[in-house]
Each structure stands twice: as structure tokens, then as C-alpha cells.
Write a protein that binds this ligand. Structure first.
Ligand code: PHE
Length: 334
């Protein structure tokens, strides 16, 4: 029994096999136990001899079981350590990095240019009083831009609204800031427009305004030309067209020459060769007066630039909807 059991023990490769052997030899119905059970049938002389022998065998088996169990445990630990080892030489996984939205890139560039010229950046309410969005900007009751079909009002008597332009920030600046004033005010504006390649009910403008003594239209043109060349490159060509806004007099619009122009049928400028970029003008004397500034002493100019258009021209994007859809395949290109 001893030889056979010890040999079998040597061969075991798993803890379960060891248990099986323990039961086979030392269990209640085990082979050694069977020998011990027969002790009763032995003579008085034989009993101690056989008893001694059986106990020796039992002790040897128990010892061997213990040793083998430890050996198996050691091997199992070894195997696990090997399996769980960290290979510090494996190269790391690259974590994809996000970046700024093209709109923010364009806005930051515009802010940088104006801050460099001594302008302050203002922030203002998107939920605005019609008084600021219209009345104080010389667009009185009955002005077409106040129509319910164009403007998002909150109340039946058209007093509170989503601002339709950033121009109310002109008035807010004039009412609160000491003169002279040089500000830009970027932000969201809202109009009841259907979505297409160039329209969205929410878009962004950057308002700009200067109020000082002796400010002229020449300053406006010079400043805007400088800004556009810094933004789009030295070779950029602009033109100023006369226009009308209630809060500026005279008023104009500034176009930049189309960068993609294939002439007739060009998808970017509809074959016109020019892209309208902003509205501007000399701040209307009435607007100055309503804000408590003496138009005999001070003059000023203002402009409102469409940020989406600026970004589209800056990054050569053809469809406004791409800017708002946030398709990663689109955003990754900037
Ligand atoms: N607020 C005008 C618009 O939304 C733009 C503008 C701003 C025009 C400032 C003149 C002066 O079209």
C-alpha cells in the first residue's frame, strides 16, 4: 500500500487528484483504514506489530500528501504570477484627443485681433428686452424686423424676446461704460429662419463698436480691412456697399471676394463673386442720444459680423448645417 500510494502521489498534478488519493487510502472506506479495521481479528502478539506498521504507513502517507499539496500550491502560484505579469515594455494605447470646434477657432482669432487693438470683450443676455433689441436702436413700433414672423417673443405684448442681433450690446455698453468705448460682443442670436445651407434659426454674431471723439467712417473701413486681412490673409479683397440699418447712418455692408469662385453657378457665392460678411455703419445720432451720449461731441461706428459665415470662409466650408451637426468625421478635419 505504501509504495503504491507514494508513487501515485508523486504523479498528481492537481489538488483534486490529491483529495481523491487521500480518500482512497485514508478515507473511511480507504485501503489503510480497511487494514486497521481488521486489527480485531489479530492475535495479541501480532496486533502491536501490525498496528505500529499501519501507523507508520499512515504517518508517511500524511506527510507525503502534505508535501505534494505544498508543491502543487507553489506551482499554481508560479503559473498565476506568470499569467498576470505586466509587460512594461508593451507600447501604450493612444488616447484620441479632441480639439476646438472650427467656430471657436474662428471666434478666438477674431477676439485676439480685437483685443490686440485695445477692444474689451463683452457678454450679454440672449433673452433680451425688445426695448434694447429694437427701440433704443431706433427700430420703433411697426418696424418690419419686429414682426412676429421673424422674431421669437416670449409674451403676447412683444416685450421679451430672444435677441435677433447682438446690436443691443451697443446700447448696454453705452449705458454702462465710461467713454471712450471700444468693445466686441460675441454671442448667439435667433431668427425664425428655415434651415438651409446658409440659414439657421440660431446663429452667432460678433458685435463691435467704437465711441470716441472724432471717429469717422474711414476708421471703420480701415479697422475692418485690417481685421479681415489678418483673418483671411493679406491678399483678401473687400468691398463696401451702401445699405440701411435703423441704428447706423450712413450704413453699409462689407463683402469679401469669393475664394472658390468658378464664376457663373459658383456654389459658394451663387456666381456673384462676393460673399456678404457683415453689416456696419456710423452709430445713429438718435441712438447715441437715447443712450445719454452727446452726438455733438462724440461719434462712433459699429458692425455686426456673422460668425458662421466667417468660419465657413476661413475653413472653406460650403454648408452651414455641417457646423451644427457635429459629425466627428467633419470636426476632425480642423
Ligand atoms: N445688427 C445688424 C444685423 O444683424 C448688423 C449691424 C451691426 C449693422 C452693427 C450695423 C451695425 O444685420
Amino acid at each position: 500500500i505504501r509504495r503504491e500510494a507514494l508513487e501515485a502521489l508523486e504523479q498528481t498534478g492537481a489538488a483534486q487528484e490529491l483529495d481523491a488519493l487521500r480518500i482512497k487510502y485514508l478515507g473511511k472506506k480507504g485501503e489503510l483504514t480497511a487494514v486497521l479495521k481488521q486489527m480485531g481479528g489479530l492475535s495479541a502478539e501480532e496486533r502491536p506489530v501490525i498496528g505500529q506498521l499501519a501507523n507508520d504507513v499512515r504517518a508517511a502517507l500524511e506527510q507525503a500528501l502534505e508535501t505534494q499539496a505544498r508543491k502543487l500550491e507553489g506551482a499554481a502560484l508560479e503559473a498565476r504570477l506568470k499569467l498576470e505579469a505586466v509587460d512594461v515594455t508593451i507600447p501604450g494605447k493612444a488616447v484620441p484627443q479632441g480639439h476646438q470646434h472650427p467656430m471657436n477657432v474662428a471666434l478666438d482669432e477674431i477676439k485676439d485681433i480685437f483685443v490686440g487693438m485695445g477692444f474689451t470683450v463683452l457678454d450679454g443676455p440672449e433673452v433680451e428686452l425688445a426695448v434694447y433689441n429694437f427701440d433704443k436702436l431706433n427700430a420703433e413700433e411697426g418696424h418690419p424686423s419686429r414682426d412676429w414672423s421673424d422674431t421669437f417673443y416670449f409674451d403676447a405684448d412683444s416685450r421679451v424676446m430672444l435677441r435677433s442681433q447682438t446690436s443691443p450690446m451697443q446700447v448696454r455698453a453705452m449705458e454702462t461704460m465710461p467713454l471712450p468705448i471700444r468693445i466686441i460682443a460675441p454671442g448667439r442670436v435667433y431668427r425664425k429662419d428655415e434651415v438651409d445651407a446658409t440659414h439657421s434659426p440660431m446663429f452667432h454674431q460678433v458685435e463691435g463698436m467704437v465711441i470716441d471723439k472724432g471717429v469717422t467712417m474711414a476708421d471703420l473701413k480701415g479697422t475692418l480691412n485690417t481685421v479681415v486681412k489678418q483673418l483671411y490673409g493679406e491678399q483678401t479683397v473687400t468691398r463696401f456697399r451702401p445699405h440701411h440699418f435703423p441704428f447706423t447712418e450712413p450704413s453699409c455692408e462689407m463683402d469679401v471676394q469669393c475664394h472658390k469662385c468658378g464664376g457663373v453657378g459658383c456654389p459658394t457665392c451663387k456666381g456673384e463673386g462676393w460673399i456678404e460678411l457683415l453689416g456696419a455703419g456710423m452709430v445713429h445720432p438718435k441712438v447715441l442720444k437715447m443712450a445719454g451720449i452727446d452726438p455733438e461731441v462724440y461719434s462712433g461706428w459699429a458692425f455686426g459680423i456673422g460668425l458662421e459665415r466667417t468660419a465657413m470662409r476661413r475653413f472653406k466650408i460650403d454648408d452651414l448645417r455641417l457646423i451644427f451637426e457635429n459629425d466627428v468625421r467633419f470636426l476632425e478635419q480642423f
